[in-house]
Design a protein around this ligand. Structure first.
Ligand code: C2E
Ligand code: CA
Ligand code: CA
Length: 404
């Protein structure tokens, strides 16, 4: 009798666990939902195996085989998002599988008639094996997809599939003073891929040095061209530099050679770095930045406000420009406290002698508010989206004609 109630209790627990996990995932807690799901499945299988599904003379234990399926699902999830919790869950699953598979524990709650158990053993063995095969197939598909993505990304450099687009930067009167070069991958299979999507993978594959080198070279060529045209000579060009790029031992030499080869004016070159780059090995980074400074290059701190920058540390870095992140800019019009935060960032940066650029400005309201805080520069969809080089040149031509 207790055995039957136990079965009912287990079913109920499974239902409640399933519902909770469903709600977790619906609310956007995917990681938590998946991990909780595995833990619940594992607990249910272990309790089943200990109390209800014990080996008898007629039928062996079978439910523990599902632990292998849970472990395989866990591994798939680990590929999606690496975490210690996931590794521990996989380890526990495998350990429980070994214990339940080897120990001949008995239980007073066995309720199934032996014949039903014998059929159940075959059915469950079949199901669990099929599920395991499906998991392995899913893993294989996932690896092939990743592998193909990586190979395509590597080939992109050779096949000339990268492109730089240029987003205008303007002064308070909305006159163009320069541009930020932004990378695009025009993949024949995937269309135009955003750098947000492929840069992390390129970093993992160790490709960012090569891709970043391409960006720097292409950007410097553009800058050199601008230098030969009186209408373009005043423009600056901002180029993003990734962590692995700057930490590479030959980075400064590479920049120096590229400037020399292309004939670009370093006074008009701005290299943008994010705070995450700067927190590691700060002394080494400072030395590298100083070397770049000596070549005449400007260093900008990108996405200011999204990291952990403390003021003392900001003072130590040889930077000349601060780019206020667009999240700050967009909050500023909605809340007075955000506005005064931006205002004090502008004042502080200027006290430190840095020039300030507000990113992601989309509305005139944002522009007007920011313009009150002092003389800063702007970048955002309000003034222009990232565009092909020819379109950017045309924009400058129109501006020049307008002012002539
Ligand atoms: P970021 O350096 O902060 O670049 C600004 C991003 O914000 C760009 O996205 C730009 O298109 C977008 N943006 C500009 N104005 C607005 C606006 O008014 N509203 C909104 N909602 N967005 C705006 P993109 O081009 O997709 O680049 C994303 C990130 O990829 C960049 O962020 C940068 O961190 C990275 N990245 C781009 N090109 C390169 C590169 O050549 N090298 C490296 N290392 N990173 C790059
Ligand atoms: Ca940037
Ligand atoms: Ca930025």
């Amino acid at each position: 009798m207790i055995g039957l109630w136990l079965v009912v209790a287990m079913e109920l627990a499974a239902f409640v666990a399933g519902l909770t996990i469903y709600l977790l995932i619906r609310r956007g807690h995917l990681t938590l939902g998946v991990l909780a799901g595995q833990a619940a499945l594992m607990a249910i299988i272990i309790i089943m195996g200990l109390l209800l599904d014990v080996p008898t003379a007629e039928a062996p234990r079978i439910s523990h085989v599902y632990l292998l399926v849970v472990a395989a699902l866990g591994y798939l999830n680990y590929q999606r998002e690496k975490s210690y919790t996931q590794l521990i869950l996989i380890g526990l699953c495998l350990l429980a599988f070994v214990i339940l598979g080897s120990a001949r524990l008995t239980s007073p709650y066995v309720v199934m008639p032996e014949v039903a158990r014998t059929i159940g053993t075959w059915a469950n063995a079949f199901m669990a094996t099929a599920l395991l095969a499906a998991c392995i197939h899913a893993m294989q598909t996932e690896f092939t997809r990743k592998d193909k993505y990586s190979r395509d990304l590597m080939a992109a450099l050779w096949n000339d599939e990268f492109q730089l687009v240029y987003q205008p930067q303007v002064d308070v009167s909305q006159r163009t003073i320069g541009a930020e070069a932004l990378l695009r991958w025009n993949s024949p299979q995937r269309g135009s891929v955003s750098p947000v999507e492929f840069i992390a993978q390129a970093e993992r594959l160790g490709l960012m040095i090569a891709i970043g080198g391409w960006v720097l070279e292409r950007g410097c060529r553009t800058l050199a061209e601008w230098g030969t045209n009186p209408d373009f000579r005043h423009l600056s060009l901002s180029i993003n530099v990734s962590a692995s790029q700057i930490m590479h031992q030959d980075f400064e030499a590479f920049v120096r050679d590229t400037l020399a080869e292309t004939g670009a004016n370093p006074q008009h070159l701005i290299l943008e770095l994010t705070e995450s780059v700067l927190v590691t090995e700060i002394e080494l980074v400072i030395a590298k930045l100083n070397a770049l400074r000596e070549m005449g290059i400007t260093i900008a701190l990108d996405d200011f406000g999204t990291g952990y920058s403390s003021l003392s540390y900001l003072r130590r870095l040889p930077i000349q420009q601060i780019k206020i992140d667009r999240s700050f800019v967009q909050d500023a019009v909605n809340s007075p406290s955000s506005a005064s935060l931006v205002k004090s960032v502008v004042r502080m940066s200027r006290d430190l002698g840095h020039n300030v650029l507000a990113e992601g400005v989309e509305t005139m309201e944002q522009h007007d508010l920011l313009a009150q805080f002092g003389s800063i520069q702007f970048q955002g969809y309000l003034y222009g989206k990232p565009m092909a080089l020819a379109d950017f040149a045309q924009r400058i031509d129109v501006e020049t004609q307008g002012s002539a």
